[in-house]
Design a protein around this ligand. Sequence first.
Ligand code: NAD
Ligand code: TDX
Length: 332
Amino acid sequence: MRKLLVTGGAGFIGSNFVHHVVAHTDLSVTVLDLLTYAGNRASLAGLPEDRVELVVGDIADAGLVDDLVAAHDAVVHFAAESHNDNSLHDPSPFVRTNLIGTFTILEAARRHGTRLHHVSTDEVYGDLELDDPQRFTEQTPYNPSSPYSSTKAGSDLLVRAWVRSFGLEATISNCSNNYGPRQHVEKFIPRQVTNVLDGVRPRLYGAGQNVRDWIHADDHSAAVLTILERGRAGETYLIGADGEKNNREVVETILTVMGRPADDYDLVKDRPGHDLRYAIDSTKLRTELGWAPRFTDFATGLADTIEWYRANEAWWRPQKSAAEAKYAELGH
Ligand code: NAD
Ligand code: TDX
């Protein structure tokens, strides 16, 4: 394997993956990214031009996708509409990109017999009660809640069908909530960090009791690379770093690290259908493929991430007012 096609590589996790691949392998990478509001050319800045090329285009463009898939040894598919709140406001780009886009990639991979890794989310499993001792496993039934998670669930099922019906050499991973550098300011952690930098109080949905299972984007990237190199075709792997925290705890840590009183936040209107808790059991990935997270202390990883936003205002500032205008419309 020499040449990787990475869809969505100018987004948050995709760009972290490209940086990880360049640092840890000798593969060359073509990024296919539409540069929607969530994609950013600057996220690929500093990477060697002889190893990383950006093609600006749509994963639902069958001709372009066919040409690119034909010219690469493997595809890692990150591109998606990724924000739940946006999907509750206008689901249409989610259906188009997450379902039609994934279908387009599957058809090209089938035609050319190309290895595919499909990147997905733990949200396909729905949510858990706060006191439920169970965590999600590869056997948990699908039960998505939002337009975002239902289109991701649909994309996973398409991949499974192409494996079974056409013998496509594909793997799937379902990962928990990521944090780290280059995440769009619409998402929870960067929104609150940049609010504090702007002198605005963080905003917690509902009572702030919802639990997310946090993992650093570099640990997610290492897991995806491990599955690409050593995963068994047709298998699904859950990716998680035992990072369960409720939203209140996360905001209190952000405020403390940033030198503000821990209770300096507001409770605002809840998200409709807001999933209560996600929790991942990643035993299969750890025991079968030997992956383990490097960022095991959330407070340290979060402090590094806060430092990144402090040092990279030029990266996030152009996104901030449009993201906050959308939230003002939604009452968040
Ligand atoms: P993101 O929104 O930051 O990035 C998505 C990227 O895809 C952007 O660069 C965007 O320009 C590109 N894109 C969107 N539509 C496209 C299209 N039609 N054609 C080509 N490119 C297009 O998202 P992210 O948070 O980096 O998530 C990446 C993937 O990881 C998604 O598949 C998401 O479901 C999955 N995931 C995310 C998380 C998380 O916590 N963020 C957790 C688990 C899984
Ligand atoms: O301002 C906020 N206040 C708040 O309390 C925002 C933006 C969010 N929240 C809450 C909602 C969630 O409980 O914080 C939690 C995290 O919210 P998001 O960052 O929107 O993430 P989530 O909905 O959990 O989904 C994320 O993880 C799974 C990613 O956006 C998805 O792409 C991924 O699949």
